[in-house]
Design a protein around this ligand. Structure first.
Ligand SMILES: Cc1cc2nc3c(=O)[nH]c(=O)nc-3n(C[C@H](O)[C@H](O)[C@H](O)COP(=O)(O)OP(=O)(O)OC[C@H]3O[C@@H](n4cnc5c(N)ncnc54)[C@H](O)[C@@H]3O)c2cc1C
Ligand code: SF4
Length: 474
């Protein structure tokens, strides 16, 4: 008999939401082990130390990249209990139905092995559980009302809403618009990677009942080194704790260590079939500063207040990436007397297509870490950015815009994706539609790494919906 029913690798969104559903629907006597590489780093300590973890993300991998026009790509995540829930900004849009069907609709990328409709009940479940603040209207079909009212938008948001009533909305977010038992009300400080008032949903403040369940054992500072695979069956994992190597067995292994470490751990475990490690990608963004004549730019009630879909879906996606416009309310000032606040920031998030050439491998110089070989974002992405710049003056034409100033490309969105794609064909995917490894049928690999394509939408709500679905059907 194995030591545990399920051994989880990582305590971020993917594993924690998988575990939550198993606690609901699994046997009452099941035993679950969660192995987390980083420490528990409490919220108060994060605020005091101004960091999410004592482990610096960039020290955990090596990057080989080719700067393009002076721009160098980087990757960001949190190593520690709760993973990316510590540093995320808690934007929680759903993806659109077309995001799941890029090949069928636009002839690019790959279709997902399931559809938007398959995820609808799970999206709704997670939105309720995370107590999302959101609008009564939205671009998403088959919505259940959000549990909390939306945040107040800024004046530029309201003007865009008036001009594009069915394409501009309040951003749905896990930054609370009302005080809750587990979280405070968001007060628009705009430093959400370390929210000083603990207003955003995190695994630490929102999933206490999951980790307090007597069926769950959490070991932190326990780094998984590989999955033990014998005869096509995952037997458990090898991990290091306190400077020693340990083995633990499990009936099922769920790897949710993020899109850099998921493929790395598969490769370290001898699981190199299919496109494992290939297709590392994420959305990219540019920020535009919009200077107004007489309009206040920073009077919303949270950090990101608006979501614009005017440049998102359509035939242009055959050749150029879709764009999601985020109306920001993080204070910006202009150096003009009496007009300091007649400015706002628009975050323009553009999708990228995964490319085989961008990949994660085991570092040949030091096999204890991954090597990221990243050439650059695709031409599809760059055409998306150029399209937005060409269209933006028209989009903003109903606002009293004096000028638009573009800042350089952001080095990372923190949305690592695509390195263990799920799909129906083992030649082009690593996992099946349940996120089970094609060859090792008791091994799940979960998180954003399963995304065969990435929409411009933030990925985490979709990841939580995906794992909730798979854990229910297990
Ligand atoms: C600054 C920032 C802002 C973001 N804002 C948003 C947002 O607004 N909306 C949104 O949708 N997404 C956002 N994201 C992305 C979001 O954080 C990720 O989508 C999410 O965390 C992915 O969940 P995951 O469980 O797959 O991975 P993670 O949350 O990264 O969890 C992986 C876990 O595995 C652990 N681990 C790694 N290796 C090992 C090992 N060998 N052994 C044991 N444990 C291991 C890690 O320590 C970590 O706890 C943001 C990210 C960043 C960096
Ligand atoms: S806007 Fe401020 S209060 Fe709201 S989640 Fe971000 S940091 Fe916290």
């Amino acid at each position: 008999m194995a030591d545990y029913d399920i051994v989880f690798v990582g305590s971020g969104f993917a594993c924690s939401f998988f575990l939550r559903k198993r606690l609901q629907v699994g046997p009452s006597r099941a035993r679950y082990l969660v192995l987390e590489r980083g420490p528990v780093y409490p919220h108060e300590k994060q605020v005091a130390d101004r960091r999410n973890s004592p482990i610096v993300a960039a020290d955990t991998y090596r990057l080989e990249t080719e700067p393009r026009d002076g721009f160098t790509k980087s990757w960001l995540f949190t190593i520690g209990f709760g993973g990316g829930s510590n540093c995320w900004w808690a934007g929680t849009p759903r993806m659109l139905p077309s995001d799941f069907e890029m090949r069928t609709r636009y002839g690019v990328g790959q279709d997902w092995p399931l559809s938007y409709d398959d995820l609808v009940p799970y999206y709704a479940e997670i939105e309720q559980y995370m107590q999302i603040s959101g609008p009564t209207d939205s671009p998403f079909p088959n919505m259940t009302p959000y549990p909390l009212p939306p945040h107040r938008m800024t004046d530029p948001d309201y003007a865009l809403k008036a001009a594009f009533s069915d394409q501009y909305f309040n951003q749905p977010t896990a930054r609370a618009s009302r005080p809750l038992d587990t979280r405070n009300q968001c007060c628009a400080n705009g430093v959400c990677h370390i929210c000083p008032v603990d207003a955003k949903f995190t695994i630490m403040n929102g999933m206490r009942e999951v980790y307090a369940d007597p069926r769950v054992t959490l070991k932190t500072e326990a780094q998984v080194l590989s999955v033990d695979v014998e005869g096509g069956v995952a037997k458990g994992v090898v991990y290091s704790e306190g400077g020693k190597e340990h083995r633990v067995t499990g009936d099922t292994v769920v790897v949710g260590a993020n899109a850099i470490f998921n493929p790395y751990l598969l490769l370290r475990s001898g699981l190199d079939s299919g496109p494992v490690g290939q297709g590392l990608h994420e959305q990219g963004s540019v920020r535009a500063l919009i200077y107004y004549d007489g309009m206040e730019g920073n009077n919303g009630s949270t950090s990101v207040t608006g979501h614009g879909y005017m440049l998102y879906d359509g035939e242009h996606r055959r050749t150029a990436g879709a764009a999601l416009l985020e109306g920001w309310n993080v204070p910006r000032f202009r150096p003009d007397f009496d007009r300091w606040t007649q400015i706002s920031e628009l975050y323009i998030v553009v999708e990228d297509l995964p490319q085989e050439i961008n990949r994660v491998v085991v570092d040949p110089e030091d096999e204890t870490r991954p090597l990221i070989r990243y050439k650059s974002q695709s031409e599809y992405f760059y055409r998306g950015i150029e399209r937005v710049k060409a269209e933006l003056p028209k989009v903003l034409s109903s606002l009293p815009v004096e000028r638009i100033e573009y800042l350089p490309l952001n080095p990372t969105e923190g949305h690592t994706q695509g390195t263990t794609a799920f799909g129906t064909d083992p030649a082009t995917s690593v996992l099946d539609r349940e996120m089970i490894h094609h060859d090792v049928r008791n091994l799940y690999v979960v998180g954003n790494s399963v995304f065969p394509t990435g929409s411009p939408a933030n990925p985490t709500l979709t990841t939580c919906a995906l794992v909730t679905r798979s854990a229910e059907r297990m």
